[in-house]
Design a protein around this ligand. Sequence first.
Ligand code: PLP
Length: 409
Amino acid sequence: MTKINENYLKLPGSYLFSTIAKRVAAFKEQNPDKTVISLGIGDVSRPLVPAVVEAMHKAVEEMAAKETFRGYGPEQGYGFLREAILKGDYLSRGINLAADEIFVSDGAKSDVANFQELFSTDSVVALQNPVYPVYLDTNVMAGRTGSFADGKFAGVIYLPCLAEHNFVPQLPTEHADIIYLCSPNNPTGSAMTRAELKKWVDYALEHKSVILFDSAYEAFISDENVPHSIYEIEGAEKVAVEFRSFSKTAGFTGTRCAYTVVPKALEVLSADGSKQSLNALWLRRQTTKFNGVPYIVQRGAEAVYSPAGRQQTQEVIAGYMQNAQVILQALQNAGITAYGGKNAPYIWLKTPAGLDSWAFFDKLLTEACVVGTPGVGFGSCGEGYFRLTAFNTPDLTREAAARVAALKF
Ligand code: PLP
């Protein structure tokens, strides 16, 4: 009989958000008269901005005319979008990259999930704890870890992200081959400063490691000393891949568009000791396994970089960050210590004494009818913490915040 990939069996049974959904569904069934507000899952609530919609409409018309219809596009993205990204996100910030170092994709999730395929299975992985679960789970699936015991997979370097360091990971004492860094961070809402990120780039240069830098929340950065790209750090083009997404930047969670930067200066070793270009390998991988993002969607993404698109998306982001302030204020009123909400749309709160992450989830759900995400769902260091997101509408966020502020602990 056919055998399965045993690594899949190492993964703990239930995915965090499906567990939450089940608990919420049960609560709603028992309390049909109550309105539950979600500050849980990280999905946007505002529609696509007019500049994007207009560009997509135009692209639909092009697809409807025989002179301008397009079939398969380049797997790595149309030149117009790669150029717009290059100019809008890099050259304008003094970062020298080339358009063929940018790969357009259908999501940062799939890219961060797939990128590990390029590395040998015995590579040592380091990742933040708590962490966006995709980095860990995909390495488990690939067989890069041992089994799961006491909340951890054997063979993985977990980098505790603790309050005493503003939830920023500290360098490990041991050697790591692949390092996942997420800044601004999901779930903690923290962001690494230039000085903090430089330590990691220097470590990777010294250890010949590769940093997989997930910057899906770059658009939310407000601090001057938080870099918008890892390539602002000297030498990073030799050690880092950067993942960005239009999902939260421009409300593309349902539309799907993202991109990954793989500099040509980034090389890794093959078994015979020769150096291999990750850019060439990623191109090979994408052209084999991926058929590109729809033309209409790429035209929409391009419009994010137009003056109108920029202004409109910035207004949306400002609205979400206003929500973050409302939530932070409510938590302060309730006497709860909270972090984040400044460079990221996530608020990371310390659960009050006597309540672990799931006990706080239950209290919030049953007493305030508000849904959030238990921090422990993102890793053992998330125990005793809880994540709220700023992505709901202003009205519902205010309502949820008022309910939270009225809670007694
Ligand atoms: N990376 C992080 C850290 C995220 O939080 C998310 C989505 O929540 C993603 C990537 C996924 O982005 P995309 O919608 O582009 O797949």
